[in-house]
Design a protein around this ligand. Structure first.
Ligand SMILES: NC(=O)C1=CN([C@@H]2O[C@H](COP(=O)(O)OP(=O)(O)OC[C@H]3O[C@@H](n4cnc5c(N)ncnc54)[C@H](O)[C@@H]3O)[C@@H](O)[C@H]2O)C=CC1
Ligand SMILES: O=C([O-])CC(=O)C(=O)O
Length: 271
């Protein structure tokens, strides 16, 4: 059975661990870690059958087949190279880290050299399958429009830097427009999906991102429009925010769970 280690015991991490614990994912949860020990304890208290050990990444990678990152973009720098050197496959949620081309190239090379896989789930968006198919031919444009309730954008470096008072926003307001390369740095906990789209489609500079704060919303909405030699499509998802972290949509947790379930399934649907 697949042995899993997990870094980041927050919203997504807890959903994944519970899914392993109740048998939804066929795997053994061997180890977990978080820089915040309260989050580790909280997660452990939700598990009924699994008894993962708490260990740091250097020890963890000696005991597992696959490392799951659901922590932060900086954690990708800290842990993924170590896991690949130790021949572990990895699944990454904080995909925005890959706007750093040097990091992306390093991880790609390390994965090749060590014969490892790097899994990047679709996360909170729908339509990655269509974009992947379309990218076998010419793609002309890709645009992501993300709308969140203002509270879902709180704490983003762009909001802090520009002193945007989210409490004062009373109507639908465009907060940011620019390339995905800038969006994932300006909103590292809000539009990792822009990175996944960029890597699948036409890259970080050509992928356009618009971020809208909308106080009328209770859900996180992501719309993707793609034009290419295949024709064009638009997808739209209205995501329920996770109760423990309104920045992250519940679909992101489900997507991580689905990716791990797929690993033990002989039938693989979708492109
Ligand atoms: N790819 C996608 O579609 C999506 C990606 N995300 C990203 O996934 C990641 C996890 O999201 P959530 O579970 O909602 O966040 P969360 O804030 O609920 O939990 C993150 C946990 O990771 C821990 N952590 C952060 N940096 C760490 C480090 N360097 N070392 C050890 N522990 C660390 C924190 O203490 C916290 O317990 C975030 O980076 C988030 O932006 C979130 C939603 C969608
Ligand atoms: O969960 C979402 O709606 C998207 C998100 O936070 C991200 O891509 O980082």
């Amino acid at each position: 059975m697949l042995s899993i280690g997990l870094i980041g015991c927050g919203t997504i991490g807890t959903s994944i661990c519970k899914a392993i614990d109740d048998g939804t994912i066929e795997a053994e949860l061997v180890a977990i870690y978080d820089r915040n020990l309260d989050d580790v304890d909280k997660l452990l208290s939700t598990l009924e059958r699994s008894k993962p050990q708490v260990m740091e990444v250097t020890e963890m990678v000696r005991n597992i087949d696959l490392l799951v990152e659901c922590a932060s973009q900086e954690a990708v720098y800290e842990i993924i190279p170590t896991a690949l050197h130790a021949h572990c496959d990895v699944m990454i949620m904080s995909v925005g880290a890959f706007s750093d081309e040097k990091l992306y190239k390093t991880i790609r090379e390390l994965a090749k050299e060590n014969k490892c896989k790097v899994y990047l789930p679709s996360g909170a968006i729908v339509g990655l399958d269509g974009l992947k198919s379309a990218s076998a031919e010419k793609i002309y444009s890709v645009t992501l429009t993300t709308q969140k309730p203002p509270a879902g954008l709180a704490g983003a470096p762009y909001i802090i830097r520009n002193k945007i008072d989210l409490d004062k926003i009373t109507g639908k307001t465009v907060i940011f427009e620019g390339p995905a390369s800038e969006a994932v740095k300006a909103f590292p906990a809000n539009v990792n999906v822009a990175a996944t789209i960029s890597l699948t489609g036409i890259g970080f500079e050509k992928t356009k991102v618009k971020i809208v704060a909308n106080p009328a919303l209770t859900r996180n909405i992501h719309e993707i429009s793609v034009e290419g030699a295949f024709g064009e499509f638009t997808t739209r998802v209205e995501n329920v925010p996770s109760p423990s972290n309104p920045k992250s949509s519940y679909l992101a947790s489900l997507s991580a769970i689905a990716t791990l379930r797929k690993l033990s399934d002989p039938i693989q649907t979708g492109t």
